[in-house]
Design a protein around this ligand. Structure first.
Ligand code: SF4
Length: 206
């Protein structure tokens, strides 16, 4: 539901002055409205938390070296190398197992180890976690849940350094990200209608 008390956000901004400081800040700009102490607290997180510092440096190196020239597949491998990641966790949808096999082979060719867990791991029936019969796709048949919590649990036990989502469903990805011990990035964002390119589903501007 729309909250009418929210009047202006970055979503309505046309100057984007926070990006390059080559324009004007709008009157209700979120940067102008910041409390300096809060901003300094955030800046300290990047500098003082070792994980956040290493991820922000690895991401900055990637932007500097590969922006617009590397594919997403190459970027994930380059980011992992920048991080010095020893083991890449892969949380994959069972429907994208072919692509996951290709990704594993690619990581190996780049000298990176991986550990893959598919979404149906555990073979837990929908009824076992209390889901109602109406969400079963075929009446009376066993239907394994997508189990992102178990995927995250196994990858934590394997002590992966970076976890990569390969096409988990909307919502299952939220649960995986919530429970993942290692930071998470995406290889494939599932969109079966648009060949996994969600941008193609945005309404065309009139
Ligand atoms: S922070 Fe300010 S300048 Fe930047 S996008 Fe938001 S409103 Fe625009």
């Amino acid at each position: 539901m729309c909250d009418s008390s929210i009047s202006f956000t970055c979503g309505e901004c046309t100057t984007l002055n926070c990006s390059k400081q080559n324009s004007e800040y709008p009157e209700d700009c979120l940067t102008l409205a910041l409390d300096n102490e809060e901003l300094q607290k955030i800046i300290r997180i990047y500098k003082e938390d070792p994980i956040d510092a290493s991820y922000s440096l690895a991401a900055a190196e990637l932007v500097k070296s590969g922006y617009g020239t590397l594919s997403r597949v190459e970027e994930v491998a380059a980011f992992a190398k920048n991080l010095g990641a020893k083991k890449i966790g892969i949380a994959s949808c069972v429907g994208l197992v072919k692509e996951t096999h290709q990704f594993i082979r690619y990581l190996k060719s780049e000298g990176l180890d991986s550990y893959c867990v598919l979404c149906k791991v555990g073979a837990v029936d929908k009824g076992e976690i209390g889901l109602p019969e109406r969400v079963r796709r075929k009446e009376g048949a066993h239907e394994s849940i997508c189990n992102p919590v178990l995927q995250a649990f196994i990858l934590e036990k394997e002590k992966t350094d970076l976890n990569v989502i390969v096409g988990l469903c909307v919502g299952h990805d939220s649960l995986f990200i919530k429970h993942s011990a290692a930071p998470v990035t995406y290889l494939i964002v599932k969109d079966r209608v648009h060949k996994h390119n969600p941008v193609a589903g945005l309404p065309v501007e009139g």
